[in-house]
Ligand binder design. Structure first.
Ligand code: ATP
Length: 389
């Protein structure tokens, strides 16, 4: 038999997953496809994971066809789910069958960083397909023999991600086109992806439009991921991310009455920094947030400053890498944010300074302080490193 193996977090499973599996199955003539929810994915933060049991149940609903079988192999094994271990285990169960391991192009991009990736290519054929339009695979890391074990199916992608769905579920934006209706019913009836922030959302809905609300949800998700990666409090990071732009749509008068006399002449003429100053005052005055760490992360999210705390760095960076951002360098910044927050912040503060000066606009002194403190950070760490970032 030709068996497709499709691993993922499936948090939750969506129509992009189903589409990928069905397309690969028909292109390769697969007899069946095992859907394998991971226990802990090596390349992902598990901060927004729902339980393995719920992901298993949602997969059973989403992949409801005789072609598919949902496998508990990685959840039963526990700990980090390495694909090579799964393939070795499955080889014992299916000694004579051909394995095709199905992945999206984002996974293909990082495949040579997977644990024992060469062995994986000995145990199966990799079957990859694009996640986004215009993706061009890079096969240069592979030997001719390895290249033969990679099939790239260049069909029209369905650009959907579980991240986007988790965000939409929280902000109550519809996701019926992205997820099976029965999976949505399961999510709702089991209270999944509920972060307990609905009372904050109620206030925000009155103050922001749909696009800004969606952006806040995206920053909240990104801040949670960064917090998990760098050992910060994920709850505080998510809440600070959610609320960071709460006053963004206030009138000038409202901003100024919250900020009071606190503006320098330069700030008075630059309304783009007002919301980072008015938001903590608004949140504190109304008893919405009293936690000073959260308030301070919101206070500095636009300009940054020197010597930022971990939470401040997280919210500042999350605002640059959130899922809704699509400026030209965003993928670079996302990659840098996984190396270190400082790598990302040197890049973004440099980008901001350059952009403002190119347009003959004032640079807030705190942004310069932020940039300089990043330079200092790399100087003291390693004199040669600054140029590489
Ligand atoms: P998240 O947004 O939480 O990172 P995800 O949408 O990437 O999740 P996973 O469960 O991590 O979903 O993905 C499992 C596999 O499915 C991966 O190989 C991924 O590349 C692939 N995949 C996910 N969504 C799509 C899609 N829309 N098109 C093609 N492949 C996809």
């Amino acid at each position: 038999m030709k068996i497709g193996l499709f691993g993922g977090s499936f948090n939750p499973p969506h129509k992009g997953h189903l589409y990928l599996a069905e397309k690969c199955a028909s292109a390769l003539g697969l007899d069946r496809v095992l859907i394998i929810p991971s226990n802990i994915a090596p390349h992902k933060s598990s901060v927004s994971y729902v339980s393995g049991e719920d992901r298993l149940n949602m997969c059973r609903i989403a992949f409801d066809s005789p072609l598919f079988e949902v496998s508990e192999i990685e959840l039963d094994r526990g700990s980090t789910s390495y694909t090579v271990d799964t393939l070795r285990e499955l080889r014992k169960i299916y000694p004579d069958d051909e394995f095709y391991f199905i992945i999206g192009s984002d996974m293909l991009e990082s495949f040579t960083k997977w644990y024992l990736w060469e062995t994986i290519l000995e145990l199966c054929t990799l079957c990859a397909a694009p996640r986004e339009k215009g993706f061009i695979p890079d096969f240069s890391p592979y030997t001719p023999e390895q290249r033969k074990k990679i099939v790239y199916l260049d069909f029209e992608p369905l650009e959907i991600s579980s991240t986007e769905i988790r965000i939409r579920l929280k902000s109550n934006s519809g996701c019926e086109e992205l997820v099976d209706k029965n999976v949505i019913d399961y999510i709702r009836s089991h209270g999944l992806y509920d972060d307990g922030f609905d009372s904050y959302r109620e206030i925000m809905t009155r103050m922001l439009d749909e696009t800004r609300l969606y952006h806040c949800e995206c920053v909240s998700e990104a801040a949670g991921e960064l917090a998990a990666l760098y050992g910060a409090d994920t709850g505080k990071a998510k809440l600070a991310g959610l609320l960071h732009d709460i006053t963004k749509m206030m009138s000038a008068q409202e901003h100024l009455s919250l900020i009071g006399d606190g503006l320098t002449p330069l700030e008075r003429s630059n309304h783009k920094v007002w919301h980072q100053m008015s938001a903590p005052v608004f949140l504190r005055n109304n008893g919405i947030v009293t936690d000073e760490e959260i308030l301070s992360a919101i206070r500095w999210h636009t300009t940054g400053k020197a010597d930022m705390t971990l939470l401040e760095k997280i919210v500042y960076t999350a605002d640059f890498i959130s899922a809704d951002r699509d400026y030209p360098d965003v993928d670079t910044v996302r990659k840098l944010s996984k190396i270190s927050l400082e790598h990302a912040m040197l890049y973004t503060s440099r980008y901001t300074v350059r952009d403002l000066t190119e347009h003959d606009r004032c640079v807030h002194p705190s942004t310069l302080d932020c940039y300089n403190s990043m330079i200092e950070h790399f100087m003291t760490d390693n004199n040669n490193k600054v140029d590489e970032v």
